[in-house]
Design a protein around this ligand. Structure first.
Ligand SMILES: NC(=O)c1ccc[n+]([C@@H]2O[C@H](COP(=O)([O-])OP(=O)(O)OC[C@H]3O[C@@H](n4cnc5c(N)ncnc54)[C@H](O)[C@@H]3O)[C@@H](O)[C@H]2O)c1
Length: 311
């Protein structure tokens, strides 16, 4: 079954126009609307450039045809006509989100999913009073979504699970990688991780332990290399012969001292629910195989980085 919807992107700024590239590149008909006619016109040009960049790298097959699927709509009603997914990408204030969502709920098709690109505001703060609040959620992208595929799907308590599942299937169909939060939390997941890292980065530089340039190298020439294709759990699983429990037993106490983490956060009892969700622990030979896979990918990445200009 083809789950690709007709999409209305509301707000054609940095994020909205990149969403238009994602959806048009993924085969959807896209209506792009902005309150400012100038922003909409400019976005059309930038969407073409975004699609051309993807085509250069073989990430879309026909950039011209994809651009032909994007129409600029000066009126909101026109944009919403026939749309079964609305990707709201307007300004980041609760008041604006409330106003736009009230209008979307009144005007969009009754079964359209209403998704907000909000990076910080949970849907329960701007959809509470809507008749169709069960079809509303946050679908938070990473800038620019046409090049970074993660989308955080964050439902309010009243969002229908089917709306989340339908949204997930749509983002997957256009090549994005959605994750589903189990419940709302400020900053969602990506920005909470980023905030933890940034606050430690600023602290280390402010307190004179390292220059900002050397701190950046620690990420781009250190941690970030593995993190571009493995998550932190996958990473530590390969950093001790007995996988995650072994890693936590060996390094947990010293890691806990480095952060404000509760001392037993890496303790056997504490990590048990994480391991239960993680699945069967890999056997030593599987860990060894995966280490070889990791090293091949790191070698390929190193070669790629060497082949590219630094800036
Ligand atoms: N910029 C980022 O890095 C980033 C990343 C992820 C998510 N987001 C989220 O995406 C959303 C958009 O951010 P952005 O960076 O594209 O902002 P932006 O300022 O570049 O674009 C917002 C656009 O919305 C338009 N607009 C204003 N009111 C409108 C209305 N009532 N109807 C239609 N259009 C309207 C503006 O004219 C503007 O073109 C925000 O919620 C933001 O938090 C941003």
């Amino acid at each position: 079954m083809d789950v690709r919807p007709r999409v209305a992107v509301i707000g054609a700024g940095l994020i909205g126009r990149s969403w238009a590239v994602v959806f048009a590149g993924g085969g959807c008909e896209v209506a792009l609307h902005d309150a400012s006619a100038d922003a909409a016109a400019e976005a059309h040009v930038l969407v073409g450039q975004g699609l051309a960049t993807l085509a250069e790298h073989g990430l879309v097959t026909d950039a011209k045809a994809a651009q032909g699927r994007v129409r600029i709509c000066l009126k909101l009603d026109d944009a919403l006509e026939g749309a079964t997914l609305v990707q709201e990408s307007g300004p980041e204030t609760v008041e604006t989100k409330r106003e736009i969502f009230a209008e979307l709920d009144r005007t969009a098709l009754p079964d359209a999913i209403l998704a907000s690109s909000s990076s910080t505001i949970v849907a329960s703060r701007f959809t509470q009073d809507l008749a169709g609040r069960e079809r509303c959620l946050v679908a938070h992208p990473v800038n620019p979504p046409h090049l970074i595929p993660l989308v955080e799907l964050v439902a309010a308590a009243w969002t229908a699970p089917q709306a989340v599942q339908k949204a997930k299937a749509i983002y997957e169909a256009v090549g994005q990688i959605p994750i589903v939060l189990q419940r709302e939390i400020d900053g969602f997941i990506l920005n909470r991780l980023q905030a933890a890292l940034l606050s430690e980065a600023f602290r280390l530089v402010e307190d004179g332990y390292v220059t900002p340039q050397d701190l950046d190298k620690t990420l781009k020439d250190g941690l970030g290399l593995r993190w571009s294709f493995m998550g932190p759990f996958e990473t530590i699983e390969l950093n001790a012969p007995g996988g995650i429990p072994d890693y936590c037993a060996r390094y947990g106490p010293s890691l806990a001292r480095l952060s404000e983490a509760h001392a037993d956060i890496y303790g056997a009892e504490k990590i048990a629910p994480v391991l239960a969700q993680w699945g069967t622990p890999p056997k030593p030979e599987e860990i060894a195989n995966r280490m070889r896979w990791r090293n091949r990918r790191l070698a390929a990445l190193k070669a790629h980085k060497r082949s590219q200009p630094a800036y």
